[in-house]
Design a protein around this ligand. Sequence first.
Ligand code: AAL
Length: 430
Amino acid sequence: MNLSNIKVSLLIAALCAGSAVAPVNAAPERSVFPHKVPTEKPDIPLSAAMERMFEYDAPRPQDSEFYTQFKYSRLQGFDYNGGDGTITRRDPSRPILVDGKYYIYYTKRHTKVPPVGAANAAQATDEIPSTDWDLADLWYATSTDGVTWAEQGVAVPRPAKPHPGHRSVATPDILIWKGKYYLYYQAFNEPSGLKGDHSVVTVSWADSPEGPWTPLNKAVITPGQKGDWDQSLIHDPMPIVYNDQIYVYFKSTYNKWPDNRKNYHVAHGLAISDDPLKTFKKHPLNPVINSGHETFYFPFKSGVAGVIIRDGIERNTVQYAEDGVNFKIQANISLPPIAGGPYTPDAFTNTDNGRGVTWGISHFINFGPKRHSELLRFDCDLSLDMHDPAFKSPNIWFKPEVYFNSLGLSKKQLEARKAKAKNVAQDSNH
Ligand code: AAL
């Protein structure tokens, strides 16, 4: 390269460098969201929706530890009397694994006749149940594979009057604390549906998962004062060990229910104790979840996660609270287990590195003409130790019949809509 060529090269280089300096009156720099989805929030102006995407565990559900699909399998080993509505099993606990066997505890009703229904609760007698969970006891079953179960018998029967639960005991969950076993459950003193679904939470304890169980015969979580959100009932207790204490999450229904059921609202509270048999202290920030029916909770990472199912503005979400109290939505989910009891071997280890859930037991209601409930198994990938793409697809495709059959308009609704559309069409013709 001769001297004049070098001079030209230097001049070109200088001009190129100079072009990086914005000339006066140049258009503002473009800040467009990139084609390749960033893993961190980009430093550009973002819409509310794109801003929010970076508040989740991952911007895409496929990459999120909090997103999963759920898959369902029938259980073997349970008899339902031909589905005549006289036997129901529902609201299972989380399975626990002790000495090579999985144990579950659940509501079992075995009555001479099927329930008359909450609306007819006044017709209930000592032999005629009002709801599916009226006149029930707590039973237990064991399994070595989580699919085939052997029912072992009653764990906790209804106690004699006047002890809490003399009408029905239901919806248990298990705690292992300092080598002993505790079952927390709903205790009813009247047919559910009579004034509402009124129950308190009580507890029975045992030295072994097989019992014998000793009832405390006293409530450990009671409804709040009149006017409080949880004034009427405490449902669905679910204990974990967190921060060296027993955290029991529970549900209450509120907002003028049952006298004005159309205003029905649902939320979850937290009650804490360091003694499994003493009255639990409700958290001052209750409710801690604004939605969800039989929600399930588990230690996850250093916090607590919950799978929030039907009911409420945040139904069908997985939420996470770093402190076990202040939950935030992490993922939207479809068809989550109803009344799920997740298998979580670290639920009672006071872990600060919760590993999550891959399976559990839940129920479906509305089997057969008398609409009894049955237990089943769910599988999922809410686990830090597994990443199974089979569970991570964000979409579920149903056959068209599911939409037409389960979600179809009634004949009456369809006729009314056809007539309305016809009128609108005729009017627009004038
Ligand atoms: C379930 C649970 C509680 C209710 C009843 C039995 O969905 O929320 O347990 O009391 O129904």
